[in-house]
Design a protein around this ligand. Sequence first.
Ligand code: SAH
Length: 347
Amino acid sequence: MKSIYDLNYEQMEQMVLDRGWKKYRGNQIFQWLYRKRALHFDEMSDLSLQMKEELQKEFRMEPLKILSRQISNDGTRKYLFELADGSSIETVLMVYNYGNCVCVTSQVGCNMGCKFCASGLLKKQRDLTSGEMVQQILEVQKDLDESGQRVSHIVVMGTGEPFDNYDNVLNFCKTVNHDRGLAIGARHITISTCGLVDGIRRFADEQVQYNLAISLHAPNDVLRNEIMPVNRAYPISELMDALRYYTSKNNRRLSFEYILLKGKNDSEECARQLAELTRGFDVFINLIPYNQVDEHGFVTVDDKGAMRFYDRLMKLNARCTLRQKHGVDIDAACGQLRAKYERGKSN
Ligand code: SAH
């Protein structure tokens, strides 16, 4: 059965029209779901009993089940949800001075196989539906409602490769962005990809205002092939071509994610190559402290090393920031909590 959360605003209107109801009914249902955060069709008091019964027969609406919720000292909240088919996924809320940012999971497991990432420990089982992504936001929002706060930012940086689930991810963005619902600004939504070139080109052609982030992590093909297998299909030169196309079509912000792995990608030469790659590009480099994943053997660069790399980039006139760690005390690295949970189940 389809979930009511799979329908974006226009699809909701079409659905009610298809039933022979007035178009404004679509708006009413959308308001109940996203403004009033109703938990059941029964609550939709401006619909007739017959309408509510029809909806209930046709659509699922049950909330995601919370398997666990951890709260860090710095305000980070990490949720482990169970989906209707029993799969588990992680969602993280990070609290910044500019707002509340939710990190959304886009697939159950991931097939990209990045060597440093905990998500890839569990292969992809399936794509998430648009509704399952919408519900991650909704669950966190319901939690924040208790203190009168709202989700203001979204990053599609949880487990999964968003451009390997392109249509559902874009539909999800459309729903949470809609101003009759959660109204999360397009410029506050960031999609992160490991570099699926076809997806980047397709995304460039959309008339949307979302931000794009590229997980680069290595500034040359030898190293990138080693730590990110996707690079063998789409080497850096092809990636850069696609990004040039993107920036020619789109004036939105582009950023490179670069986790610092000690002795791997933190050399002076790497800094030089990285600065070279970004020359002439309107791009921002986010240096990210690596959340160590026990299984993988990579080591986090210490604060001093991170500062050194940052300084080198700045001297080379590359624009960059050094990101703070969040939720270090609660398994916040992508996929860590879920990997632990799934291991526990099979033990
Ligand atoms: N597949 C997408 C989105 C999910 S990964 C992508 O690759 O962009 C989101 C970000 O977290 C990526 O930049 C990824 O490389 C990074 N990441 C993965 N494991 C990490 C870890 N252990 N510590 C820090 N960042 C990590």
